[in-house]
Design a protein around this ligand. Structure first.
Ligand SMILES: [Zn+2]
Length: 281
């Protein structure tokens, strides 16, 4: 029963206008008071400490239903189209409000915990091939202080011998390719498995890892390879998410004009479903 869905791009315009005018009035009053105070002599009693009586008001987490996020891209995002697309794909039962609180940083305000959890579990999300990094705002923390460097992503491990298709091996490999989060038992229990599917936490400041040499008990060396689900734009020259070769400092600083591409689109796992990849029209 998800019919109650309200999303209007006009909300944002109205809200930001109100916010700006209110802010302007506040600053004006503040300046007046500051000017008045600067003309007064400070009396000693003004420097005496004042002890409050009674209980302090309990601090509530006003961002508990909010996610903070940014897109991994050096291109500019069409904010209006992004808001409409994400609201359309996520379809939160009680609606959503998306605000750009700093250039490129967005606050996603939900109105029900399950809506927010569904979005967090279902990622990574993309808009216009730019991956969206999302994080909850811890209690007592300001949204702009939350680090936005990590994303959870499903990866496929290929070329693993059948005997090594175990959760224990998955944990070790997960901690190599990123930080192990989850083992997909459903994908890994059929008789014949083309690949192992695990969820890892990636640090987007690091290059995507592509393969790993492992040694079996009998001393045989094997190289396993990896593909990533729902991968957005990334650099084929340095393997970093967030930019393409055109904006790559490694490429721009190299002497030769021939671009060395050690990463490529072959790192993309085929889409299991189209959800999560949102393209503008
Ligand atoms: Zn690069």
């Amino acid at each position: 029963m998800c019919e109650l869905f309200v999303f209007s791009p006009f909300n944002f315009i109205i809200e930001s206008e109100v916010y700006v005018s209110h802010f302007a009035i506040s600053m004006s009053r503040y300046d007046d008071i500051s000017n008045q105070l600067s003309t007064l002599n400070i009396e000693e009693e003004e420097n005496e400490a004042f002890v409050f009586e009674g209980e302090e008001e309990e601090v509530i987490n006003k961002y508990e239903l909010c996610l903070i996020g940014r897109f991994l891209t050096e291109r500019s995002i069409n904010v209006r189209a992004m808001k409409t697309k994400l609201a359309d794909v996520w379809r939160p039962a009680l609606g959503i409000n998306i605000k750009e609180i700093q250039q490129g940083i967005f606050l996603f305000q939900f109105y029900h915990r399950e809506d927010m959890k569904w979005v967090l579990r279902g990622g990574p999300w993309s808009f216009d091939s730019a991956m969206l990094i999302l994080a909850e705002v811890p209690e007592g923390e300001e949204p702009l202080n939350v680090p936005l460097w990590y994303t959870n992503i499903w990866i496929h491990i290929f070329d693993l011998p059948t005997g090594l298709m175990t959760e224990g091996v998955g944990k070790q490999l997960g901690d190599f390719f990123g930080e192990f989060i989850e083992y997909d038992h459903k994908n890994n229990t059929s008789t014949w498995r083309e690949f192992m599917r695990i969820k890892v936490r990636l640090d987007v400041r690091k290059s995507l890892k592509r393969k790993k040499k492992i040694i079996k008990r009998n001393g045989e060396e094997i190289i396993v390879s990896c593909k990533y689900e729902r991968l957005g734009d990334f650099c084929f020259s340095c393997g970093i998410l967030s930019h393409t070769e055109r904006y790559c400092s490694k490429f721009l600083n190299q002497d030769t004009e021939v671009l060395q591409k050690e990463w490529g689109s072959w790192l993309r796992a085929p889409n299991r479903r189209n959800a999560g990849l949102v393209r503008s029209k």
